[in-house]
Design a protein around this ligand. Structure first.
Ligand SMILES: [Zn+2]
Length: 166
């Protein structure tokens, strides 16, 4: 069950920062997903998807942000931190976020194919895992989702990919 606590001004500001990161990914020809992690409302990590740039299937925005945040805090857990991410985390990221003991995840658009915060899997509330994460969803949902659909539209229209005109 996905809860949706009241959205604060701070939530909106932090999600806008995550959107800026997603835009950066778009500009680098990466699937446009951005994330920030806040500790006591201060941003301690900002990242965007870098799978293509780093040739690393684990280089999702959330994974990079987790490492930045734990480095910043010099600790392995993110107990008093919140993650703001433009798209619902996948199973890898949701698993890593459970391990990090993060307090809250706020995501924009659902990922109906691989989402692991309630859409396809619900790793963040799995009864056999020892940490449950507060979930907030739908903030700037349209903007977050539009970046992804624009990206794949651009890919489909790219020269050399569209075979029907050749
Ligand atoms: Zn992921």
């Amino acid at each position: 069950m996905i809860a949706n606590p009241t959205v604060s001004v701070i939530d909106r500001v932090l999600m806008q920062e995550a959107l800026k990161q997603a835009q950066l990914a778009f500009e680098h020809d990466e699937v446009p997903i951005g994330a920030v992690i806040a500790y006591k409302n201060k941003i301690i990590a900002k990242a965007h998807n870098q799978v293509e740039t780093l040739k690393d299937p684990t280089a999702h925005a959330e994974m990079i942000a987790i490492t930045q945040a734990t480095n910043y805090l010099s600790q392995k857990w993110l107990k008093d931190c919140s993650l703001y991410v433009t798209i619902e985390p996948c199973s890898m990221c949701a698993g890593a976020l459970v391990l990090s003991r993060i307090k809250k995840i706020c995501f924009g658009a659902l990922d109906l194919k691989t989402g692991a915060c309630g859409s396809v899997f619900n790793i963040v509330h799995h009864k056999q895992l020892n940490h449950k994460i507060e979930i907030q969803r739908g903030l700037f949902e349209d903007e977050c989702g539009r970046l992804i659909s624009d990206f794949f539209k651009k890919k489909r229209e790219a020269p050399g990919i569209d075979l029907k005109d050749s």
